[in-house]
Design a protein around this ligand. Structure first.
Ligand code: ADP
Length: 654
């Protein structure tokens, strides 16, 4: 279910809960009001019943005694309906007394009370002996109910205002028959009716209902607040879950993208390795042939071959960089100084229309990098900036020190801690979102003549150095690429001088290379330089040749990776008889057993393929000279300079 439909469901459920809650609150209130009304009626009925019971008690007392004698007066004349023997008597003092029967007495008591505004009770019967005892309409109906078995009749009636009417039954008793022969004991003779004014009771009940109503309203409102709060929380949870899902999706996509790039990198590295093996003899032999050939048409053909091979070499270099398989000559360098040295080349690259500004911080910590490869990566960034500003603009190079926190480090894919930043920003067209997600993919380009390897190789180089690249850009608002490299405590190494003409020699060099074309090419380069070359097609044959060779072997030039016996193992075995033999290893890529992660043994240089004649000449001379210096004046820590391999890398980026 999508977030929109989840939000809709939350709305529906919250609405339904609010309606149900309102119905419950209303029902509860109505029930309470009804109960309060019924309670009031029950109270009023209890009062009426108590009044009736009291009247009955007096009447019973009088009945038990056969009536009471009272002085004859206007209010109590002799009762003509009473047939008693001694109804009227005269006291010895001559006072006239008359017998008052229970019903008559009750009627008079109630009439007096009514006249005084007290109890509104009244005795009545459906066969009254006196007309004034005749029942009203309600009383007639009540007497009918009493005759049919009811002990009492209670009803709320509305006259001008609500009134509770009550009638309790009067039964004939044994003693009644003495004076009233027609009366049978137990027979319903009529009743005493009374009434209770209800407005007073209702006023009390209404006050309570009001309070309970207010309490209901508060609880109802709290309930509604709870429901809407719950709905808001549920919406927020849905939103959070949605954001978490989006972040997870984005991360998964990034991961899949990174894995795809990784696989592509491996493929590219492998292809570049094999291509390098092929390119070494093509490029080298073309150069050797060019040195020997006089000017002419054939020379032009060879130059074309060399140029094409050179372009192929640059391409394999980029593929290796993307696959993070370059042979890097890593040393501590000062990034500001590297850019300063690069500035003339940058100016030439961007042209006159683009203004190059450098804001280079002094005294920065060093970073461990290959000067030439880092330079090549920065040149790629500059070339892209130039292409993004066809009408001219500003290209800014800035360096600084930044403390990279956990979150940012995770985003860029580097370890947290101090990093030196190299910021390359332009005022060009900027990068849209679609391009941005694919920037570092190999062969992704939006340019008609682009090859899409610039950023892929720059990214690969920086990643291989343990750093990362951040990109900031909005379409139309220029772009900023920030290279972050881990800062190190070491002092920056001094820049080596540029190489001169290829140095020569006459020493004996043992060459071990399993690839026949590379072997032939390297042998002819070394022979042409004046060296005596012992050429072997693998490690084992090289050992054999060395065993049979009576003279000195001054240097070993070997492929790093060979079947059965690889370069480093060969050197180790040779070193048993010839300790510290000067060595140059050639390798297709840094994935070989000896890479920047593993330092080369003292007295060795690692040359990345394809190896140009100049690379080989410089490297062999350097290891031989270093070896000679070490044997004549053993100086501790005298390392062979790595400039040979660097000079070779310089030529890659040039
Ligand atoms: P290429 O330069 O051969 O196209 P890159 O890998 O160097 O290959 O660059 C890939 C794409 O990234 C470019 O085609 C371009 O669309 C985009 N891009 C790179 N840098 C910038 C920049 N500074 N401004 C705008 N777009 C850029």
């Amino acid at each position: 279910m999508g977030p929109a439909s989840q939000h809709r469901s939350i709305h529906v459920y919250a609405g339904a809960a609010a309606i149900a809650w309102t119905a419950v609150a209303l029902l509860s209130f109505v029930l309470y009001a009804r109960l309060a009304h019924q309670g009031v009626l029950a109270l009023a009925a209890a009062q009426a019943r108590a009044s009736f019971q009291k009247d009955l008690a007096y009447r019973r007392w009088v009945t038990a005694r056969g009536g009471v004698y009272v002085p004859v007066s206007e209010r109590s004349p002799p009762n003509p309906h009473l047939h008693a023997i001694e109804r009227d008597i005269t006291t010895p003092s001559g006072r006239q007394l008359t017998l008052v029967n229970p019903a008559y007495m009750t009627r008079q008591v109630l009439e007096d009370e009514r006249a005084r505004g007290g109890s509104p009770g009244r005795i009545t019967s459906d066969a009254p002996m006196r007309p004034e005892n005749a029942p009203d309409e309600w009383e007639s109906r009540a007497i009918v109910k009493l005759r049919s078995g009811a002990t009492e009749v209670v009803e709320e009636v509305d006259r001008d205002h609500p009134v509770l009417r009550y009638m309790g039954r009067l039964l004939g008793e044994d003693r009644c028959a003495g004076c009233h022969p027609d009366v049978r004991p137990g027979e319903v003779r009529g009743g005493i009716s009374t009434q209770v004014e209800l407005p007073e009771y209702f006023a009390v009940a209404d006050a309570q209902i009001e309070q309970v109503g207010a309490a209901h309203a508060i609880v109802w409102a709290l309930g509604l607040i709870g429901i809407s709060g719950g709905a808001v929380r549920a919406r927020r949870r849905v939103g959070e879950r949605e954001r978490e899902r989006e972040a997870r999706d984005a991360l998964e996509q990034e991961l899949a993208h990174a894995r795809r790039l990784e696989a592509l990198g491996r493929l590219a590295g492998g292809v570049a390795h094999d291509l390098n093996n092929l390119l070494s003899p093509i490029l080298g032999n073309a150069e050797l042939a060019l040195e020997r050939l006089p000017p002419g048409e054939l020379r032009q053909d060879l130059e074309d071959i060399r140029e094409a091979a050179e372009r192929a070499r640059l391409l394999t270099q980029q593929l290796l960089a993307f696959g993070r398989k370059q042979v890097l000559s890593v040393e501590p360098i000062d990034p500001s100084e590297t850019i300063e040295a690069l500035a003339p080349m940058l100016r030439r690259l961007v042209g006159d229309a683009v203004e190059l500004r450098t804001e280079l911080a002094g005294g920065l910590p060093a970073v461990r990098a290959d000067r030439a490869q880092l330079g090549a990566a920065l040149l790629n960034l500059a070339a892209n900036a130039r292409d993004a500003m066809p009408g001219g603009g500003v290209l800014r190079f800035a360096t600084g020190l930044e403390e990279v926190g956990e979150e940012r480090a995770g985003r860029v894919g580097i370890a947290p801690g101090p990093h030196v930043s190299i910021t390359v920003s332009d005022t060009g067209q900027g990068i849209d979102e679609a391009t941005r997600t694919r920037l570092f993919e190999p062969f992704f380009t939006t340019k008609p003549a682009g090859n899409g390897l610039g950023l892929a190789s720059a990214h690969g180089t920086v990643r291989q150095l343990g750093g990362g690249i951040e990109v900031e850009s909005v379409s139309g608002g220029g772009a900023t690429f920030r290279v972050l490299l881990p800062a190190v405590a070491e002092a920056p190494a001094v820049r080596a001088a540029p190489p001169g003409p290829a140095p020569r020699g006459t020493e004996t060099v043992l060459l071990a290379e399993d690839e026949p074309s590379v072997r032939r090419y390297a042998a002819s380069v070394l022979s042409a330089l004046g060296y005596h070359v012992l050429s072997a097609e693998g490690g084992e044959e090289a050992l054999r040749l060395a065993g049979h060779h009576v003279g000195e072997i001054h240097a070993l030039v070997s492929d790093l990776r060979m079947p059965r016996l690889g370069g480093p193992e060969l050197r180790e075995r040779l070193a048993a008889q010839r300790p510290g033999i000067a060595t140059v290893f050639m390798t297709g890529y840094a994935g070989d057993s000896l890479g920047p992660a593993r330092a080369a043994p003292d007295g060795t240089i690692v040359l990345p393929k394809p190896v140009t004649p100049a690379d080989l000449a410089v490297a062999v001379r350097r290891v031989l000279d270093a070896r000679a210096r070490a044997t004549t004046t053993p100086a501790p820590g005298d390392q062979p300079p790595s400039a040979a391999s660097r000079s070779c890398a310089d030529s890659h980026s040039a």
